[in-house]
Each structure stands twice: as C-alpha cells, then as structure tokens.
Design a protein around this ligand. Structure first.
Ligand SMILES: C[S@@+](CC[C@H](N)C(=O)[O-])C[C@H]1O[C@@H](n2cnc3c(N)ncnc32)[C@H](O)[C@@H]1O
Length: 439
C-alpha cells in the first residue's frame, strides 16, 4: 500500500467514524488533571548555583571566563538580568552616577575632536554597557546645545540585559517597543526631541557608519581567563566543586587550550607570574579600532585598569563591599581591572590587514578631566546651584572623580582615532591626551 492509498482509505467515512467511536473495552490512558498543571515560569528556572554544578558535573571544572559568562549573562538568573544594581541602593556606583559633569565633559570631548575631522554628520552615538542610562542623558543634554537635527543623529546602545534595556528606555525615550525578530536590534525608541534609539545585544549588529563609541565601565565586566606561572610553565586557574559542592579554585594539570591560544606574543606577560586575559575584550577593542578606521569616528574607553603590571585583580562587589567572587554567584558584581596594554595591542595590530587605529593613552582620569577644563565646568555648575548644600555636593562629587586616592588614578582613558588622522593629530594634539606623542 502506498501513501496515497493509505490516505484514501482513512478518508472513507465509514472507517473514520468507526475509529473515532468509543468501542467497548477501549483503554483510556491517564493524564494529569489540567487544573493541577502549571506552565513553566521564570520562577522555575534553575538557580545560577544549580547551572554551575550541572556544567561542572557534565564537562569538568570551568575556566574563570566560563564562570563569569554564566554568572553575569545567564538570560534569567544572570547578575545584570534581575535587578537594578548600580547606585546607592545597588552594589556599586559609577562616575556618571556621581557627577553630571562626567557625561557632559565626555560629550564636549567627542564634539571638539570631531571638529578636526570635518562635518561628522550624520552621527551615530554608540554606547557599550550603558547601565542606568545616566551617562547618555547627560551626554544628550550637551549635544542639544550643538544643534544636531534629530535626523542627523541616532543612538545605538549595546546592552545584553533586557532588564537594563528597559531601564535605559525609561530614562531616554518617550516611546519604545520591542522589535521584530528579524531585525538586528532588540528594541527601538525615540527621545523627546525625536532622536531614534536602538538596542542591540552585540556590537557586530550596529550599523557600520561614522560613530562615536563610548565604553565606560564596560570592559571590566567582560570574562577573563586567569593564568599562573608554575614550575611546568603557564597553567590556567579553574573553578571546581569541593566535597561539599562549594566552588573553589584549582590549577589545571596540563596546558589548557586557552594557555596555548592566549599566553603568547603579541600579548606579553613581562615578569608577571599571574596573568589575566579577556579574549572578548580583545575582540571588541579590535572591532572598535577597525570601525573607527574604516567608517570614521572616535572611540573612548574609560575604566579602572592598569598598563600590564597587574596579574590578579578578579573580584566581586556586593552592597559596595569587596566580596569573594565564588560566594553567592549571581548576587554580586564580578569584575577585573582592564589591562590597557592588551587593548592597545588588539587595536593596533592585525596581521594581514591594513586597518589599524591610532591609540591614545591610557591617561589618568584626573588628568583627562583636568585637561578637559573640568574645573571650569564645575564653576558653571556652582554658579547655577540653588543653595550652599548643592554647591558642597557638586564640589565633593568632582573631587571624588579626580582625587588620586579615590577615582582619579585608578580610572584611565584610552581613545582610538582613524589612522588617516596622524598628521592632523601631530599639529593639533588630542585634547585630554595632550603631552603624549602619537603612536
Ligand atoms: C558596570 S555596568 C556600567 C554601566 C555604565 N556604563 C555606567 O558607567 O554607569 C556594565 C553594563 O554592561 C552591561 N553588560 C554586561 N555584559 C555585557 C555584554 N557582554 N554585552 C553588552 N552589555 C553588557 C551591563 O548590563 C551593564 O549595563
């Protein structure tokens, strides 16, 4: 019997009705009572700890990068997916949350450096990891003064967390909606002055046009691999479970794939015996450099970090305190200092390719803000302050940003310029980075 015949036979009314009729003795198979059935909900999602245990049970110990990736970005239980984490009531505060001056000075920097390049229009402003959206709010307040028309300007936010996307949309837009699945962006919206705003979960999806790229406290959350130099050579630090099912660090017995791929030139461990490398950061720095070089624009990276002298900076923050990164995963912010020397390598060299950006810095945050006339900007704000209390707050916030003991020296700025600007930058050195020679 071929298939067509089968179809015909089953369509015969007599046979069909016979099959559908309840015959005596026909067995009823028991199913649960629909009243007791529950559809799966987010509340049923396994906890981060359960996910980590299962991964380790199935695949063996995790690299620190795998651990960070799960803990920070798991779609339902990841650290940035659940709640507001930035601000006094959260786990940490950032410079834009401390002083409006921060975002305003950054906007002035981008605008003034763009004057060396021509019109700079139409302009895309791209922010990576925008947090509460505060920096962009302050940024746009300044840009309004420079009279960009709404059709000459668009905002593109790279944000992995849907919770944070919604928070940012609430701060920036008068209307916003989730996008169709086939579009490269997850959400789109519009500011009160009619500027279009788009959200993406990956920089690769942002249109390749003339852009200003801002990454403030973004690179420090990207996963790192941790390595230690032993008698047998470089080995990787892994995360395993002890007999009580608690995570602990152990050193790999053999060279892992990551040791082979990452602990080698052009990255240089120097005389360090501990080393942290974030391949994701290297990839994004490379993308930023290539985009700036090929399609025009500027990138500004600001973060806490070093220039290749530190090797063990992985830590966690909970309620403004440093805590053990392996305690209560998902409840605290995981972070590591940015190795700016590695970002420089990633942005400057690409074997077999012509494009590379000019890399400026890193310079200390206090130097950058002071060279950008931060004090003059503070004076303007003080003159507009309503009372003595507000004036005191403004001064204290600015001091926190530039005090070497607080954020002034721990935070650093690095910028990427198109390689075609080398001659211009010789004549007109980059503001904020002055005193440095072009490399
Ligand atoms: C430390 S917060 C910085 C917030 C903000 N830039 C500020 O200065 O206040 C890190 C931000 O990056 C986002 N994020 C974390 N991992 C990400 C990833 N892989 N891709 C895009 N965004 C990410 C977080 O959700 C959060 O908005």
């Amino acid at each position: 019997m071929n298939i067509r015949n089968t179809y015909r036979i089953f369509n015969r009314p007599t046979l069909l009705s016979m099959m559908c009729r309840r015959e005596k003795g026909y067995k009823i198979v028991k199913r649960p009572d629909p009243k007791t059935l529950r559809m799966p909900s987010i509340a049923d999602a396994p906890s981060i700890m359960d996910i980590l245990k299962e991964k380790i049970r199935l695949n063996g110990p995790l690299t620190v990068a795998e651990y960070m990736h799960i803990v920070i970005t798991n779609p339902t239980e990841g650290y940035y997916m659940k709640k507001e984490v930035i601000g006094q009531s959260g786990d940490f505060v950032t410079s834009p949350e401390i002083s409006q001056l921060f975002g305003e000075v950054l906007a002035i920097w981008f605008y003034s450096e763009t004057q060396k390049m021509g019109s700079g229009k139409p302009l895309q402003i791209v922010e990576l990891g925008p947090g509460n959206g505060t920096l962009m709010v302050d940024f746009l307040r300044v840009l309004n003064k420079f009279k960009y028309k709404s059709n000459e300007l668009s905002i593109h936010l790279v944000e992995i967390s849907k919770t944070m996307q919604l928070l940012q949309a609430g701060r920036l837009c008068v209307s916003h909606k989730e996008s169709d699945i086939e579009l490269p962006y997850d959400r789109e919206g519009e500011t009160v002055s009619g500027i279009k705003v788009y959200w993406y979960n990956d920089l690769k999806k942002v249109p390749e046009n003339f852009s200003w790229y801002i990454a403030h406290e973004f690179f420090d959350v990207l996963p790192i691999h941790k390595f230690e130099k032993t008698d047998k050579g470089w080995r990787e630090l892994l995360i395993d479970l002890d007999e009580n099912q608690k995570p602990y660090y152990r050193i790999s017995g053999e060279e892992t794939q990551s040791v082979k791929m990452l602990v080698r030139p052009p990255l240089d461990a120097g005389d360090r015996t501990e080393l942290e490398v974030s391949p994701r950061s290297l990839g994004i720095a490379r993308q930023l450099a290539e985009r700036v070089d090929q399609f025009g624009g500027l990138a500004l990276i600001a973060d806490y970090g070093h220039e290749g002298e530190k090797g063990d900076t992985f830590r966690a923050f909970h309620k403004h305190q440093v805590v053990d990164p392996l305690e209560n995963p998902g409840e605290s912010d995981l972070t590591a200092d940015v190795d700016f020397s590695q970002l420089r390598v990633a942005a400057s060299r690409a074997p077999g390719r012509d494009n590379y950006a000019i890399v400026m810095g890193p310079v200390l945050q206090k130097d950058f803000l002071e060279r950008m006339q931060g004090l003059a900007r503070l004076e303007v704000l003080l003159n507009n302050a309503k009372n003595e209390e507000d004036k005191e707050k403004l001064t204290a916030s600015y001091n926190m940003l530039i005090d070497p003991q607080k954020m002034g020296e721990r935070f650093k700025f690095m910028a990427f310029y198109p390689s075609t600007m080398a001659d211009i930058l010789e004549k007109h050195p980059p503001v904020g980075f002055a005193n440095l020679t072009v490399k």
